[in-house]
Design a protein around this ligand. Structure first.
Ligand code: ATP
Ligand code: MG
Length: 491
């Protein structure tokens, strides 16, 4: 073990926020050892802004609770730790851990419970990468380096502590962490890791809880280098483990969305991590819509069912929380609304809680060459820049164009003597309540079809599987579609 001077590592207390020093000082005053460890130390040494600071101590969670009283909450079962509030900030305070006892690992060697308290040396040995295992005590101005981690930082190398195969088996999530840190820090991955990063190894991710994998996927999406990590996920066979039904390909749409996400993060804008799931699952969702449409399911219902199906399948890999699922389905539903709004709904639509996300999504589709958006992304973009009068004129013109299209459509229909009547553009249900409730005209008995974003491609070939007595066809009609849902505020 080397004790390095903090200043030699480019570290000083001036870089640290008061809340972390406050937590360390309180623990020290109570007679315990306390350090900053992990990403905070690593990022400061690399000249990056740490996302957060993790503290580590020889006090057990119960003792930490004694020190901080009501400012502290003990959380976690598998991995018990203390959450300490310092002002409005939350600091995770972990206790030094010893290797887990045999009884709490699974047959495959995965650690199931990890609350065996130990010494700092033991704690060091069970951390993942050398660069995440530096212990910084700012008051003493020292950094404890147990494994020449400083040299790995200098050489920009990601090195696992211990035997890489064993470490991946213990916790397969470390495979995701490898790619995340390699992409985030632009580090190269140690040969010893590359050697064992096989398809068999990635299979171990199947044993990880889908809740944990969702959390990890969110970290991948929000680290600021999503665009860099996506091809790596494919190359290392992780993509298929995380996204069951999404073709392992970074399409132009996905790439644009990833770059856009990274860009927003780099300028400090907020992002809703579920947005990228909406992007990734868009194609499977559309294919599922087509599948139902071809079976004669009404468009709105086809979309609702397709959304449920796709999200349910994805939940076998990463369980997306309910609020995020709702967000994703609303963004998708917005695509239909924004594509063909009734003129009198345009103003209300642009004030809708989900407008911004829906519009961003539409524009990304359009910019990545999806011409089923029919230029509406650009239209809404321009609309938002307009003054009140200009907006009125734009809506009037949109209305005229729409009527013209409809006439043309019905004319073409007549000329071509199509067997199937053209869909009525006004059939789309309003997403927002209209200001005045007007009595509805009785609907003409139309075949179940509707214009949908991109829903006019060739139907999948295996449709024969779904017959009238298939359970999906017997499912109760979705009574409340999204047009009746009252949406909450944007995240
Ligand atoms: P980030 O910048 O994402 O916060 P981080 O390195 O701080 O990166 P955390 O997930 O906050 O990552 O974890 C804090 C520290 O805990 C890590 O630096 C590492 O030392 C240890 N750690 C976290 N997860 C694991 C794991 N799965 N296996 C071993 N050690 C881990
Ligand atoms: Mg951290």
């Amino acid at each position: 073990m080397q004790t390095l001077r903090a200043s030699k590592c480019g570290l000083s207390t001036a870089q640290l926020p008061a809340y972390i020093i406050d937590v360390l000082d309180a623990l020290t005053k109570a007679g315990y050892e306390a350090y900053i460890v992990g990403g905070g130390v690593r990022d400061l040494m690399l000249g990056l802004a740490p996302k957060d600071y993790d503290a580590v101590t020889n006090a057990t969670p119960a003792q930490v609770k004694e020190v901080f009283g009501r400012r502290c909450r003990i959380i976690g079962r598998r991995f018990e730790l203390a959450h300490v509030y310092s002002g409005r900030e939350l600091v995770e305070v972990a206790t030094f851990r010893a290797p887990p006892k045999k009884a709490v690992t699974s047959a495959a060697g995965m650690i199931l419970r990890d609350n065996n308290w130990g010494t700092i040396e033991q704690d060091f040995a069970r951390r993942d990468f050398s660069i995440n295992a530096l212990y910084y005590q700012p008051r003493k101005a020292v950094v404890l380096d147990f494994c020449d981690a400083v040299s790995d930082i200098e050489h920009k190398t990601l090195r696992l502590l211990g035997d890489p195969a064993l470490r991946f088996e213990e916790d397969p999530v470390r495979m995701l962490r490898t790619l995340r840190f390699a992409a985030k820090l632009n580090f190269s991955i140690d040969e010893k890791i590359l050697d064992i990063f096989t398809p068999e190894m990635t299979q171990l991710l199947r044993d990880v809880s889908p809740h944990r994998l969702y959390d990890e996927s969110q970290k991948l999406f929000t680290m600021g280098h999503l665009n860099r990590v996506l091809p790596m996920l494919i190359d290392f066979g992780i993509w298929q483990q995380l996204f069951a039904d999404i073709e392992p390909e970074v399409t132009e749409f996905i790439e644009r969305a990833a770059k856009n996400t990274d860009q927003r993060i780099s300028i400090g804008k907020t992002i809703n991590p579920a947005f990228f799931y909406a992007v990734l699952l868009w194609k499977p969702f559309q294919e599922r819509c087509e599948y139902y449409l071809a079976k004669g399911v009404v468009a709105a219902e086809a979309r609702a069912q397709a959304g449920l199906d796709v999200l349910k399948r994805q939940a076998t890999r990463t369980i997306i929380p309910r609020f995020a699922e709702t967000f994703i389905r609303e963004v998708w539903e917005m695509q239909t609304r924004l594509l063909n709004p009734k003129p009198q709904q345009i103003a209300a639509l642009s004030n809708h809680a989900r407008f911004r996300a829906g519009f961003d999504f539409l524009l990304l589709r359009e910019k990545s060459g999806d011409n089923t958006t029919q230029g509406m992304g650009t239209w809404w973009d321009a609309y938002q820049q307009m003054t009140g009068d200009e907006k009125e004129r734009a809506i009037a013109q949109y209305n005229r164009q729409r009527a013209k299209n409809r006439r043309k459509a019905s004319h073409d229909d007549h000329v071509e003597q199509k067997v199937q009547p053209q869909q009525d553009l006004t059939e789309i249900e309003p997403l927002v309540n209209e200001p005045e409730a007007r009595p509805r005209r009785p609907r003409k008995d139309k075949p179940a079809r509707e214009r949908d974003s991109g829903a006019h491609r060739a139907a999948p070939t295996d449709l024969s599987v779904v017959t009238a007595d298939h359970p999906i066809m017997k499912r109760k009609r979705v009574k409340r579609d999204l047009s009746q849902v009252v949406f909450g505020p944007t995240q």
